[in-house]
Design a protein around this ligand. Structure first.
Ligand code: ATP
Ligand code: MG
Length: 327
């Protein structure tokens, strides 16, 4: 069975972008692949974060994973910081990467552009991709399901794996990114040119666990153009195209089908249909999250997951140590 791995960092409240671009894919794949899904809490430290908030985000993230249907019997669910080999291989990957290639990463450029001229850029955000490479290579993962924004990091991971294999002999599986056909980049509803992100507060970000009256309001006031035609055109109609993508991902209907269905309907009717679908899906999700948080299954699941992940990680790291001369 091919192996698949992916994670989300607990940097903020999860968004509909995370749900459509990442989590929904994990659920689809769990029967087909041997899956490892983790909470990337070490990555959450790459930009400043309050300890209390980090703890809450972590608990919410594991609850959402479970509420969405990730089955801990099938999937190894764990917290990155519980498996110390991530940080250790991360260091080795940093030693095998170049400043030039890391400074070309779009996420690094985007996230540091937001730090003012006088602010200092934390080193962690610079070496983020080397830790991500370690996350992937530790487990010999064949496929990495991600949204478009993370694809470049998986490409870099491939480069680092190939470089290491060439230098020290075959050690790592070279992974492949998988992005969803629809929904690989959900945009902010208030600024459809921009990716929806959990760590940037935007009035057009839909949070999975927010009050649904607010969700509905955000959808009804989503920025659109004014020609009142429901059509998919990312360049000229990014707002409507984004709503079509969301609706298509959540209903399973193709964009063409939806365009047919809403032909002639005004934007108001269309937005209401999107709001109904999103709110129904989130209401069910929120009900399950509440149930999970009131039970005390989380700790056990993470403990079991960490045991399984550590076993694999330990074996791999030991192989790496032998190859490079540390053992
Ligand atoms: P941050 O603002 O902290 O970077 P984020 O919302 O971008 O948070 P990540 O933890 O960086 O989330 O990414 C988790 C997963 O969600 C990745 O697979 C990423 O590609 C996917 N993802 C994030 N935002 C979107 C989006 N707007 N559309 C589709 N997929 C997304
Ligand atoms: Mg991100």
């Amino acid at each position: 069975m091919k192996r698949m791995l992916s994670g989300i960092k607990p940097t903020g409240q999860l968004t509909l972008g995370n749900y459509i671009g990442a989590i929904k894919q994990f659920i689809e794949y769990q029967d087909e692949y041997e899956m490892l899904v983790f909470i990337a809490d070490l990555h959450a430290l790459t930009l400043p974060i309050d300890a209390k908030e980090l703890r809450k985000n972590t608990k919410d993230l594991i609850s959402v994973y479970l509420a969405c249907g990730l089955n801990p019997e099938k999937v190894t669910l764990f917290k990155q910081s519980d498996v110390h080999e991530h940080a250790e291989l991360g260091y080795i990957m940093a030693c095998n990467s170049y400043m030039g290639e890391l400074s070309r990463m779009t996420q690094y450029k985007d996230k540091t552009a937001r730090i003012s001229d006088h602010g200092s850029i934390p080193t962690g955000i610079f070496i983020y991709p080397t830790l991500m490479a370690a996350d992937i290579l530790l487990y010999d993962a064949d496929y990495i399901p991600v949204g478009l924004d993370q694809k470049q990091h998986v490409e870099l991971t491939r480069d680092l794996a190939i470089r290491f294999n060439n230098h020290y002999s075959e050690t790592f599986i070279v992974p492949e990114p998988i992005t969803p056909k629809t929904g690989a980049k959900i945009s902010s509803l208030s600024n459809p040119e921009k990716k929806m992100s959990k760590s940037e507060s935007e009035k057009g970000t839909l949070y999975l666990l927010e009050d649904l009256a607010i969700t509905r309001k955000k959808i009804m006031s989503a920025v659109t153009d004014c020609d009142n035609e429901i059509k998919y055109d990312m360049e000229h109609k990014p707002g409507i195209s984004n709503l079509l993508t969301i609706l298509s991902s959540l209903t399973g209907k193709s964009i063409d089908e939806l365009v047919q269905e809403y032909q002639g309907a005004g934007y108001g009717t269309f937005k209401k249909a999107v709001a109904d679908v999103v709110c129904n899906e989130l209401a069910e999700l929120q009900r399950k999250v509440k149930e999970i948080q009131e039970s005390n299954i989380i700790e056990n699941i993470l403990e079991e997951g960490a045991k399984k992940a550590s076993y694999l990680a330990r074996k791999k790291l030991s192989k790496v140590y032998r190859k490079i001369g540390l053992q």
